[in-house]
Design a protein around this ligand. Structure first.
Ligand SMILES: C[S@@+](CC[C@H](N)C(=O)[O-])C[C@H]1O[C@@H](n2cnc3c(N)ncnc32)[C@H](O)[C@@H]1O
Length: 178
């Protein structure tokens, strides 16, 4: 599917029920936690690092760290803005534009790529969708999992079902084919 169509379809599903941005945020965070818990169980037995695209405040980084103890998590962001308790160790924090910095990790064989870099602003998100699906696919090992707040339409990424209770369009899960 063309990225624009996939993105607009997802946004339309989310917008179907009018709600405040606060309510929408809460639902997104709830979906994020349920999805991350589900995929953590899945990747716990899979080799390969975890890649966090968009460290932000470090909340999901911290959650993944808790759910997958001892696993290497490499986090990316254009600037460090994480809470001091959620700053990755030296060597596992990569500062710069993800499109360029993460591309250097192509072929790393990640078990999980989590991308939380959507903005809700169509113009910006459509630009991101020009490179994020291909980048995510290039970072994953075969049968590795990509989780994203934006739809990742790519021939090497097969959509996986969402856990129960997560409405379509809120979060997306894919398995790397091959
Ligand atoms: C929504 S926040 C991530 C929040 C994080 N998951 C958490 O739980 O705290 C998105 C982050 O991604 C970063 N970001 C978005 N697009 C980026 C890009 N193209 N390159 C580098 N960083 C980017 C922003 O700077 C921001 O810190």
């Amino acid at each position: 599917m063309h990225p624009k169509r996939g993105y607009r379809r997802a946004r339309a599903i989310v917008r179907q029920s009018r709600m405040s941005r606060l309510e929408s945020f809460i639902r997104r965070m709830t979906a994020q936690r349920v999805v991350l818990d589900a995929v953590s169980a899945e990747v716990s037995g899979m080799e390969g690092p975890i890649l966090e695209l968009g460290l932000g405040n470090g909340r999901t980084f911290d959650h993944l760290r808790e759910r997958l103890p001892g696993r290497r998590i490499i986090a990316f962001d254009r600037a460090l803005g994480a809470h001091p308790s959620s700053v990755p160790p030296e060597g596992d924090l990569v500062i710069g534009e993800i499109r360029e910095t993460a591309a250097r990790y192509a072929g790393i064989g990640a078990a999980l790529v989590h991308a939380d870099i959507g903005t809700g602003i169509e113009e910006l998100d459509l630009k991101t969708l020009q490179w994020l699906p291909g980048l995510s696919a290039s970072l994953l090992r075969p049968r590795g999992i990509a989780v994203s707040g934006l739809p990742l339409d790519h021939p090497d990424l097969a959509p996986l079902p969402l856990p129960e209770g997560v409405p379509a369009g809120r979060y997306f899960i894919y398995g790397k084919i091959g």
